[in-house]
Design a protein around this ligand. Structure first.
Ligand SMILES: *Cc1c(COP(=O)(O)O)cnc(C)c1O
Length: 345
């Protein structure tokens, strides 16, 4: 029996085509810059994002950290969301390793940072202040529900950065989901960013890895920072081969996950004791009400007995996050809904 794991798209496993490509990958030593498959991944990613160069990195966390360490000197400040992954879930790496201060502004329910909040957070020229170096946004914005940010909004933030001489980084872990939701090529969402990180290992189904893209000079320096962080990999083409399928093929089917998320949300709204909170891109949030037939732990156990894994959002006992991906087909969404009806009915 296949387990239906709705905790995150990070649990998505490589597809049969990826395993095949990994087995056949042409490789070389990437620390010597000699792995043709890594080169292809980096070049193809850069081209798709409208950037000069790319760098294959071990994780999204490493990609964001490398970007910040490359753009910012010690003692400088970045403007980021109070619910951004870089601030919440990257173990404080920017501060411990880069001496960079996060200046947080509130993430709104629509995933944006208010433009006025961003402007107000930019430091003036005063010897008491840290120097602002960079603005970063997250697309899709995960914590508020996988909300996609528009091309227009992104360009407004870029304009603020540019007019103040600041760098602009996009944490685009799920930016292909945003592109699918906005109906635009990903390059339109990244055109005015100095750097972008995106994950191959979430909805794109690759087993490992992210890519950082930017200008040639930026990536040259980023490559050095990656080495400092122990992220220089050798025959990484085995991983890049899967990444290439994620980049070119899996990125084009994410609307299916979004349709399945909508189907799940619609079905959940008819189940007693369940209140759907939101559905954006491949994320569905729901609330297990006090009057539901089962309490959270008993509900999770009953679902697990049917090989379905659901977990509440950290710190919210009754708020559940379901993340759709390639392995959760329409048929499996129907199994989830039928099981929940039985368990909570
Ligand atoms: C997952 C994620 C990351 C980090 O990715 P890892 O590969 O897990 O380190 C960064 N930002 C956002 C928004 C993410 O969702």
């Amino acid at each position: 029996m296949h387990t239906i794991d709705l905790r995150s798209d990070t649990v998505s496993e490589p597809t049969p085509a990826m395993r095949q490509a990994m087995a056949n990958a042409v490789v070389g030593d990437d620390v010597y810059d000699e792995d043709p498959t890594v080169h292809q991944l980096q070049n193809d990613a850069a081209a798709m994002f409208g950037k000069e160069a790319g760098l294959f990195v071990t994780s999204g966390t490493q990609g964001n950290l490398i970007a910040l360490l490359t753009h910012c000197e010690r003692g400088t400040e970045i403007i980021t969301g109070d619910k951004a992954h870089t601030f919440m879930y990257e173990a404080g790496g920017m501060s411990s390793l880069g001496g960079i201060m996060p200046h947080i502004v509130p993430v709104q329910e629509d995933g944006t940072l208010r433009l006025d909040d961003i402007k107000a957070a930019i430091r003036g020229n005063n010897e008491h202040f840290p120097r602002t170096r960079l603005i970063t946004i997250e697309n899709t914005q995960g914590t508020v529900g996988g909300v996609p940010l528009s091309v227009d909004y992104t360009n407004r933030v870029a304009e603020i950065a540019k007019s103040h001489g600041l760098k602009f980084h996009i944490d685009g872990a799920r930016i292909f989901n945003a592109a699918a939701a906005c109906g635009v090529p990903v390059s339109e969402l990244t055109e005015n960013a100095d750097s972008v990180t995106f994950c191959l290992s979430k909805g794109l189904c690759a087993p490992v890895g992210s890519v950082l893209v930017g200008s040639r000079d930026f990536i040259k320096e980023a490559r050095r920072v990656r080495k400092v962080l122990g992220g220089g990999m050798r025959q990484a083409g085995v991983l890049a081969a899967a990444g290439l399928i994620g980049l070119h093929e899996m990125s084009q089917r994410l609307h299916e996950d979004h349709a399945n998320a909508a189907l799940l949300a619609e079905g959940l709204s008819e189940i007693p004791g369940v209140q759907v909170l939101s559905q954006h891109t491949n994320f569905v949030f729901f609330w297990l009400e006090d009057n539901a037939k089962l309490a959270p732990k008993a509900f999770e156990k009953a679902m697990a007995d049917h090989h379905i894994i659901m977990r509440p959002y950290p710190g919210h006992e009754r708020k559940y996050r379901c993340v759709l991906h390639y392995w959760i087909t329409r048929e499996r969404v129907e199994i989830v809904l039928n099981t929940m009806k039985t368990v909570l009915g």
